[in-house]
Design a protein around this ligand. Sequence first.
Ligand SMILES: NC(=O)c1ccc[n+]([C@@H]2O[C@H](COP(=O)([O-])OP(=O)(O)OC[C@H]3O[C@@H](n4cnc5c(N)ncnc54)[C@H](O)[C@@H]3O)[C@@H](O)[C@H]2O)c1
Ligand SMILES: O=P(O)(O)OC[C@H](O)CO
Length: 375
Amino acid sequence: MLAYKAWGIVPVATRSLKSRPSLLSRTFSTSYIMNKERVCIIGSGNWGSAVGKIIGQNVLNFPDLFEPQVNQWVFEETYKGEKLTAIINREHENVKYLPGIKFGDNIKAIPDIVDACSGATVLVFVLPHQFVRGVCEKIKGSISPNARGISLIKGLDISPEGITLFSQEISRMLDIEMAALSGANIADEVANEKFCETTIGSTSPENGDLFFKLFHTPYFRVNVIRDHVGVELCGALKNIVAVAAGFTDGLKYGSNTKAAIIRRGLMEMRKFGKTFFSTVESETFFESCGVADLITTCSGGRNRKVAEAYVTSGKPIEVLERELLNGQKLQGTLTAQEVHEFLLARKMVDEFPLFTTVYNICYEGAHPETIVHDI
Ligand SMILES: NC(=O)c1ccc[n+]([C@@H]2O[C@H](COP(=O)([O-])OP(=O)(O)OC[C@H]3O[C@@H](n4cnc5c(N)ncnc54)[C@H](O)[C@@H]3O)[C@@H](O)[C@H]2O)c1
Ligand SMILES: O=P(O)(O)OC[C@H](O)CO
């Protein structure tokens, strides 16, 4: 707590830390105090823009700790005849991915990924999981030696050969320490400052402190835990469950069915975590990244919305993604496919009936009603 008083943090933050071992009581190492942190946000979609608003404000709240300017890498595109970066830097708003929300003029949109990351000591990865490797390839070798990062990506790097968390993959490719953030955080609601919680997983207490300061606000309450693997797994696997929930909405099955899907989904998420990652803790599934994210994503998320439309319209998922999401990317169907290939290679598909049924509906032409018959 002393460290927080020294930095002027509002003590309400620590109230969220009830039963879990807290990482917040550690003091800062002097190196953080001596050298200001320079932050780069890698990604600028719906969630990337919402966290840009938070980060832009929080760096100004800690002027002794952070440089005031935050770079944000923007995948350049043309929006209504003008470059998106030019619009963002003029309007201080991402008019395509988070319209109607202003962020600080200290957020600088940069189209070149290497320029954006230049000199950064804190890297925030927030982009759809299918683009992560390509981005890391481009910045490999040009990252500050003292940089560290945090992954806000909800997805897994899976192949039949094995699973890697994106934090691990980024850490391997860039040789930096990584933490993970995930929670019940629909971007538009966070951007409109509706109260919610989130979970940061960090094995390093110092980095946990740093990321707490970067993300916590009175309306976006951060809890820091050690189980970064569990945090990241929850964020990825919940997207498959959200697709299942969307199917039941399309079938007009009601709240009891949705609750059953959430319960079954939570059980499979925990089983998957415990089976393939020895360090995952059961308690993590009760954090914001676990059951809370399942509830919100199965009620208001994009995966749910597109899956519902799949049932009601009969159109292919890729078509609905284009029609309904305005450039935003669906993660749940891709994750269902990746998880399925991984389980198939281990002859374990029958042990995860909900994950398997979502895959069968999306990719094998199974009827949406099998979401209740086959689980
Ligand atoms: N949106 C949310 O409510 C929310 C909340 C929490 C976590 N997340 C997670 O955050 C991550 C990022 O999601 P988002 O919502 O910010 O993104 P998004 O789906 O809104 O936007 C897609 C982004 O991908 C970019 N893009 C398109 N083609 C690209 C390419 N070839 N290479 C690189 N980038 C490209 C677009 O410019 C855009 O910034 C995802 O893992 C998502 O699951 C999202
Ligand atoms: O819109 P979705 O389905 O990608 O979910 C958004 C967030 O992950 C919810 O926490």
